[in-house]
Design a protein around this ligand. Structure first.
Ligand code: FAD
Ligand code: GLY
Length: 378
């Protein structure tokens, strides 16, 4: 029997969309995944839910990240209930440290606009910052504390989403790389892999950094999504040394409950090459040592990379192409796909099931690039 809904891509976005559709009552869902589910960018991420720490300004993108962050407590509780997997939503909050004159200026700039926007943010003196996190450098000159910027263990999130699919009969087909979407009379009716054809009433494209490689009928995908490599290294400590996620302008450290400390990340334009490099390990160790000098004496116990999906303006791409029905795109979440997963899933499910078109879908429409190129929007 043909699936009612075909989801292409089994990362955090595809699996969250599958979950949301299932909760909305859809019973025939197939996920096609070119490798194994949850082993690409979503696995490589640091799991930070940090709209305030990562934003330079307000606006619609900031709003969507905050709205998705607010969904996390319920999302985590439901996943625990439904799958038995604890995704380790950690609500210690996030610190943003200043060391240089430029950092101090940035801290004041952020404090000003975030306070004006009524967001929860505290300005800490150097002493207060060190009282909150005793192992940070004595060179710190001040900090912002974002109490509502949290973290999850993204690999457990993927385990929970996979488990949800398994116990609820969502049909997951791994090692199934889609090469082409089938288009008939301006409708997408399914997808082809090298060996199989799948037909469905609706198709959702959640293929991350690989989205542009898929054919739309006989044409190229009218959407440019590029891979941006990010590398992370990890240290292991016997017990947890830090409570908060800690940022500087040069990177971040993320303490996990098991004593691991992640230090990230690089931003590299290396095509689909995922190799880890010695240069990145050295730079990340240096960045981490600026935040907490004790880290420089620890051995790196792990090092990995992933490919962030990046659209030309750095913003997510959500919704349908004008003139092509039965296809919904959910990609290009770049640095924030873990954070944006619950709200993306809700927006996509509502679009597919009710054809709802909230302002987020207008703002992040896949057509924005085509319209720009013909001069219809700036
Ligand atoms: P992916 O996880 O890459 O999943 C896409 C899936 O589609 C893959 O499994 C792929 O195999 C499959 N696929 C592709 N093409 C096909 C095809 N033709 N047929 C079938 N399947 C296909 N985000 C945060 O919110 N917080 C963070 O702290 C954070 N830290 C990050 C740190 C690093 C180092 C990196 C690299 C990323 C980080 N991100 C973070 C970003 C986040 O990881 C991504 O935005 C998110 O994982 C994107 O999810 P996705 O499901 O679209 O992509
Ligand atoms: N959001 C963190 C990263 O992309 O490295």
């Amino acid at each position: 029997m043909n699936p009612e809904i075909l989801i292409i891509g089994g990362g955090v976005i595809g699996l969250s969309v599958a979950l949301e559709l299932h909760k909305s009552g859809v019973r025939r869902i197939t996920v096609l995944e070119k490798g194994r589910c949850g082993e690409e960018s979503s696995w490589a991420a640091a799991g930070m839910l940090g709209p305030q720490a990562e934003a330079n300004e307000g606006g619609v993108f900031f709003d969507i990240t905050v709205a998705s962050r607010e969904m996390y407590p319920q999302f985590a509780a439901d996943l625990l209930d439904e799958t038995g997997v604890d995704i380790e939503l950690d609500r210690h909050g996030t610190l943003y440290l200043a060391f240089t004159d430029e950092d101090v200026a940035e801290v004041h700039k952020r404090l000003k606009w975030q306070r004006k926007a009524g967001l929860p943010v505290e300005h800490l003196s150097a002493d207060d910052a060190r009282r909150v996190e005793p192992f940070i450098s004595t060179d710190v000159r001040g900090a912002l504390l974002f109490p509502d910027d949290w973290q999850v263990e993204n690999r457990k999130l993927l385990a929970a989403l996979n488990r949800y699919a398994e116990v609820n009969g969502i049909d997951i087909r791994e090692n199934s790389a889609v090469e082409q979407l089938i288009v008939k009379n301006s409708r997408v009716t399914g997808a082809r892999t090298a060996t199989d054809t799948f037909y469905a009433a609706n198709t959702i494209l959640a293929t991350g950094a690989w989205t542009s490689l898929i054919k739309l009928g006989d044409a190229d995908m009218p959407l440019k999504v590029e891979p941006v490599r990010g590398q992370i290294v990890a240290f292991q400590t016997a017990k947890r040394l830090f409570g908060h996620v800690i940022y500087s302008r040069r990177g971040y450290i993320v303490p996990r409950v098991d004593g691991r400390i992640l230090a990230g990340s690089t931003t590299e334009y290396a095509g689909f090459e995922k190799a880890e490099t010695d240069a990145a390990a050295t730079a990340l160790r240096q960045m981490a040592a600026e935040i907490a000098p004790n880290l420089s004496s620890l051995a790196i116990t792990d090092h990995w990379s992933g490919l962030r999906p990046f659209a030309m303006d750095g913003l997510p791409v959500l919704g349908a192409f004008a003139g092509i029905s039965n296809l919904t795109v959910a990609t290009a979440h770049y640095r924030n796909g873990i954070l944006l997963a619950p709200l993306t899933a809700k927006l996509v499910a509502d679009k597919v099931l009710d054809n709802s078109e909230p302002s987020y879908l207008t703002a992040f429409s896949p057509d924005r690039f085509r319209l720009r190129s013909v001069g219809k929007v700036s």
